[in-house]
Design a protein around this ligand. Structure first.
Ligand code: CTP
Length: 455
């Protein structure tokens, strides 16, 4: 990555040292809420400052029970804001100015309570008030007990925030899965500060996928038996939606072709095409793939459809021979793209759902890769409980046409999606689109410049 020397920071990602730019002179409001992971905010604050960001820490009252404001004040080099009604604080830097001047509001850790208050549009303390008033992107790094994380209320609150359209898109990074401070094992761990920093950098600078056109298919397909019944599968669409969200957050122009799921369109996704059947998905895909740099086939396309679609609603009083369902094979959409492709674009990424693990999983993935003539296959073991189909988490083996492979252990689908793009982005060839724009001047920076000029 090219850029000025100031604000570069060395970071470890997947064992590789890379450099990060984009933070220099940018104002990051670091919100810290009250969970045991709050101690990790100290490391995150240090990394942000080292990367060149101007960090303003805002703590909730509960956060101060876990980490002292003095720690974060020392690391950020600025007074920590805590109260909406503190006269001195308010005169030094008012809460609206904090919100206006932020280039990014990063909340780490974001507790279930904070997410709930944010989703409800509450402004009952300084941090929620800043979050409600800002026009900057809001990046949440959730951390909580696994049951709190999996509670439908928390998931609904998040879905509401992530699906919100408007000037301040809400995005998430993590949580990670593993042993939790509360003794449980599962999703809810604050993702490592280095990964939070990486996600924040992607929001501040047009990402590495800027100028790329990405098509993602997601969810199941429903194949009609009659006007009310269908043959389908249990795909939730979560993996594909997470892949679309992560690509959009990295600056790609994303077309999401979604089967019948009730998930909200992720922030920054350029267009969503809702389809029902494999035939409809195929038509949408062929049209979108023409101009695509990458096609990710995360959809669980039904392999079979009823040979004929009955009109109306079939009666249960049919004879046994009339109730026999005759199935016919659907076309393999991915193979059709792979076999019809002339040249290296689009990069074709397939998925493979296999009831196998370890080397057998990788072998079957390689067989599908060759058979469908794609470049990458992301395989998961559907016989393992808690991952893949319908689940929140996934664990995948990624095989490439050049023979290389990578494995991601169990993590939330959003984390797997991030790691997947980190792996794929450097493998993309030159884009046909305009050259990468290195730095934009976001609204907050422009407003700040104008204010300084007038002062
Ligand atoms: N796929 C497709 N069209 C189909 C079936 C599958 O494009 N009719 C794509 C999926 O989107 C996925 C990949 O092919 O990216 C592999 O899907 P999977 O269900 O694992 O394998 P199948 O090819 O269906 O083979 P099998 O069911 O025998 O494992």
């Amino acid at each position: 990555m090219a850029g000025d020397k100031a604000g570069k920071v060395a970071k470890m990602t997947a064992g590789k040292m890379t450099e990060m730019t984009g933070f220099s002179g940018r104002r990051v409001v670091l919100g810290v809420t009250g969970g045991i992971a709050a101690y990790k905010a100290a490391e995150l604050c240090r990394l942000l400052v080292k990367a060149g960001a101007e960090v303003r820490v805002v703590m909730t009252a509960a956060a101060t029970q876990f980490i002292t404001p003095l720690t974060l004040q020392t690391l950020s080099g600025r007074k920590v804001a805590q109260s909406l009604f503190d006269l001195t604080e308010e005169s030094e830097i008012g809460h609206i100015r904090l919100a206006d001047e932020a280039d990014l509001l990063l909340v780490a850790p974001a507790t279930a309570d904070f997410i709930a208050r944010l989703a409800a549009g509450m402004a009952d303390d300084l941090l929620t008030t800043v979050a409600l008033a800002t026009r900057a992107p809001i990046l949440l790094a959730p951390a909580m007990n696994v049951n709190m994380w999996e509670n439908p209320v928390t998931q609904e609150n998040l879905a509401r925030l992530l699906g919100r359209q408007g000037p301040a898109p809400v995005l998430t990074v993590g949580p990670d899965a593993g042993p939790l401070a509360c003794g449980w094992i599962g999703a809810g761990r604050l993702i490592e500060p280095a990964e939070i920093l990486e996600a924040a950098a992607r929001l501040l600078e047009p990402g590495e996928l800027h100028g790329r056109s990405v098509v993602v298919t997601a969810g199941p397909t429903f194949e009609p038996i009659d006007d009310v019944r269908f043959v389908g599968n249990r795909s939730s669409g979560k993996m594909g939606f997470a892949i679309a969200a992560a690509a959009a957050a990295r600056g790609a122009s994303v077309t999401l072709i979604a089967g019948p799921v009730s998930l909200p369109t992720p922030a920054r996704v350029a267009s969503r095409i809702n389809v029902e059947s494999a035939a409809e998905m195929g038509r949408a895909l062929e049209a979108a793939a023409v101009a695509a740099d990458v096609v990710v086939m995360a959809a669980a396309v039904a392999d079979f459809r009823p040979a004929a679609r009955a009109a109306g609603k079939l009666s249960r009083r049919l004879t046994p021979s009339e109730t026999t369902l005759i199935l016919t094979a659907n076309p393999d959409l991915l193979a059709r793209l792979g076999h019809g492709r002339r040249g290296p674009r689009p990069l074709l990424v397939g998925f493979a759902a296999e009831a196998a693990g370890g080397t057998a999983l990788a072998e079957r993935a390689r067989a599908k890769l060759a058979e469908k003539r794609c470049d990458v296959v992301v395989a998961n073991d559907i016989s393992e409980a808690g991952i893949g189909f319908g689940a929140e988490d996934n664990a995948v083996t990624v095989v490439f046409a050049d023979g290389s492979a990578a494995a991601f252990s169990r993590a939330s689908k959003t984390v797997i999606a991030e790691r997947l793009w980190t792996l794929l982005a450097p493998r993309l060839g030159p884009s046909s689109a305009e050259p990468l724009i290195k730095k934009t001047q976001p609204a907050a920076s422009a407003a700040r410049a104008a204010r300084k000029k007038n002062a």
